[in-house]
Ligand binder design. Structure first.
Ligand SMILES: [Zn+2]
Length: 207
């Protein structure tokens, strides 16, 4: 009993240490920065100066069924910062677990090209929607937190998935409203007409 408990404790502390070492975000400025490479597939990522920084980028494997090394982006923000729905949709999960903490899933349905998308928001401090809620783009759905063992510091782990059911994680930088690689802060009262799924940054930017 004692032995299995200490081995479990060791595993959890190793996991926490590994997470801390991998993020390397401790000295990252709070706004306008992306840790590590700021490009994907040769496209430079344009980050607004007022956008909360990204401590860890997407490093997923987009083949269906393949494991992801980091299936989303980690946006650094203080506990209590608002989390926004990146596109209109229906809330399909408001849940929580030991590793991911409190999370929300939004199903965005099919775009005009027939692809189906969903987004996931992890490590929340609070969840402000319930299953079945229809949300608008930019609507406040929760608050940033550090819940879950994979959140050693407050941040939003955000994932975009394409496909039915769980789908597979895709690079969020390909889907910003202003175009691939152009991180797009939410602006109220902007009318949006897109045939392909497009989204805004999942947290509020400084004006
Ligand atoms: Zn993450």
């Amino acid at each position: 009993m004692f032995r299995s408990l200490s081995s479990r404790t060791l595993t959890l502390s190793t996991l926490l240490c590994l997470t801390l070492c991998l993020t390397g975000c401790i000295n990252l400025p709070p706004y306008g920065m992306i840790a590590g490479s700021n490009s994907y597939d040769g496209t430079t990522i344009v980050m607004p100066v007022g956008a909360p920084s990204i401590a860890r980028g997407f490093n997923g494997n987009t083949r269906v069924g393949a494991p992801n090394t980091h299936a989303g982006i980690d946006v650094v923000a203080t506990v209590g910062a608002v989390v926004l729905a990146v596109a209109p949709g229906e809330v399909t999960a408001v849940a929580g677990d030991l590793l991911s903490g409190k999370r929300i899933v939004i199903d965005h349905g099919k775009d005009r090209s027939g692809s189906i998308y969903s987004t996931r928001y992890f490590h929340l401090d609070s969840q402000l929607v319930k299953i079945g809620d229809q949300v608008k783009r930019g609507q406040i759905i929760g608050r940033v937190g550090d819940t879950g063992l994979l959140a050693p510091y407050p941040h939003l782990h955000f994932e975009l998935h394409r496909g039915y059911g769980f789908g597979h994680a895709v690079n969020p930088h390909e889907y910003w409203l202003d175009g691939p690689g152009i991180v797009t802060c939410f602006m109220p009262y902007t009318s949006v007409q897109t045939s392909q799924f497009r989204m805004i940054y999942p947290v509020k930017c400084l004006q």
